[in-house]
Design a protein around this ligand. Sequence first.
Ligand code: SF4
Ligand code: SF4
Length: 256
Amino acid sequence: MKERENKRRIAEKAHALGANLVRCCPVSRWAEYPMQDAAFWPQNIWPWAENVVVIGIPLFAPMMATTPSVVYQELYDTSNRVLDDMAYHLTNYIATSLGYRALYFPRDCYDGIEVLLDRPEAAFSHVLAAYYAGMGTIGDSHNLITREFGPRLRMVSILTDAPLAADDMLAEQLCVHCGKCRRECPSGCFAPGAAGGVYEMDKNACTRYHIQLKRAHHWPCGRCALVCPVGEDLAPYCGQPLVTEAGARHCGTYGS
Ligand code: SF4
Ligand code: SF4
C-alpha cells in the first residue's frame, strides 16, 4: 500500500510540475537486464538507492524540423533546463515532504561536446532508466522510442529509497525498423548490426558532426529523432511537411 501511495503522490507532483510521462522502476533492473558496465548502475554509485523515477517531456517536431538551427538549439537547451528544474523540485518534495533519501542525476552531465570524443558514454543513461521503467523501448537509432512522442522527448531521473510500485517494462518493441534514422543521419553514424536490431553506432562520428555544428553556432543535430515515424505527436500534422524547405533554411541561416 505504501508503495502505491508513494507512487501516486510522486506522479501527481511530477505532473503538477509539468511532466508528461512519469514511470518508475527498481534499481535491480540494471542487474536483471544488464546493458552497461556495472560501474554505471545507480546502486553502485549510491548504494542506498532502491528506485528510479523517470520523467519525460516532449520536443516539438516542427521546431526540430528546422535542425540545425538556433530554434532547435533553444528548444533543446530549454528542455534540459526545464527537466533539471522539475527534477530538483521533485527531489526536494521526496526528501523534505515525504521524508525519503533522494537525488537527481542532472540532464546533460558533460562540460562541452569535445569531452565525448574521449568518453562517449554518459555518466548516467536516462535512456536506459526510461527503458527499465517501461516508458518506451530502445530503437535501432539507440534513442528511446515512446508511443506518445516517438524519440522526440527528453528525460531526467530521480533516485530514491522511497518504496515505490514498479511499472512494467514494455513487452512490445516500438521501433518499426524502417531504417529512416540510418539513411538520414548526416554523418553516416549507423551500420546494420550483425544480428539485426539496434544499429552499430559510430559515436565519435556523431560527436565530430556536433562539434562542427557547434562551431557554426547551431546545434545539436537530432535528425535521427526527427525522422522517426513512430509517435502520436505526429498525428495532428497528418503527414504534411512540418516546415517548408525555405523556412528550415531561414531558421538555419538567421541567428547563427
Ligand atoms: S544526432 Fe545526427 S549525427 Fe548523431 S546519430 Fe543522430 S542523425 Fe546522426
Ligand atoms: S527511424 Fe525507424 S529504424 Fe530508426 S528508430 Fe525510428 S522506427 Fe526504428
